[in-house]
Design a protein around this ligand. Sequence first.
Ligand code: GDP
Ligand code: MG
Length: 307
Amino acid sequence: MTKDDQAVTPSPPGYRSGFVAIIGRPNVGKSTLLNQLVGHKVAITSPVAQTTRNRLRGILTRATAQLVLLDTPGIHKPHHLLGEHLVRVARSTIGEVDLVLLIVDGSVPPGHGDAHIIQLLRHHGTPLVVGLNKQDLVVPKRGAELQRSYRNLVGRCPFFGFSALSGAGCDQLVEGLSQRLPEGPHLYPPHAVSDQPERLLLAEQIREQVLHLTREEVPHSVAVNIEDICEERRCTRITAVVLVERSSQKGILIGKGGSMLKAIGTAARLQMQILIAGPVHLELFVKVSPHWRRHPGRLAELGYGHG
Ligand code: GDP
Ligand code: MG
């Protein structure tokens, strides 16, 4: 933590901040959007810090606003929407945020799942913004028609078309969300996210075990990238890749019949479980990436870049 983070940062007058719940059916591009917006800066919260209802996924700090993007468990699964429990979860989450961002796949017409979610949202009156994702797949001729069908379904509320994949239109989306947040100070230190402490800490657990268990054979040409962190009902599923520069190093890391990788994974997992105070399922891969240290993009991805 830097000195900056600890200081109470005065927010400029007119600054806006708030919580945004991102909801939508599976495969509409929620994760892609999160990655596009926060990228490698996605903040992973430990279960200690999170409630069972709200999951902090990313903090987006801009010059005029700070957005805290939240996942809403369960609500994205249409067949679960009928379940009383999940409706309750969704209800409390939606009730606690300043804004709901409903993501739909704007390249196809609305489906039953969308109608269900919208019905649920109507109940609550939390301000709603609709994101029509996957605009890169929409042929101009069909764009207006598709948008009309979503507008008919949702009714009056702001719409933003974008491509989470390419990033086109995402700035306007963030701007639109920001404008609809209440005035308020930073909710988190502006630099807290770029440090990405949790993700780096998790990666460090693996790197530590690699260095520890392989000793001098696989020295510092090892990097660990946490590819995915998925909060499941019973555990946190973590997918990680260990990058080495040569295939001989890969062989050492995997070991006879996979024994070394297994030992590394087990030891790292135990540490991770302490770190996040809950069960962890770790999926560990080894990849040869010659000269990874010379690729600025790769380094940034691994959290070594500026940011
Ligand atoms: P989620 O289940 O809502 O989190 O959806 P994902 O973010 O996992 O995306 C599902 C699939 O849609 C993936 O294959 C993405 O690459 C793809 N996808 C997401 N956004 C876009 C987009 O803007 N354009 C295109 N062409 N594909 C996208
Ligand atoms: Mg996803």
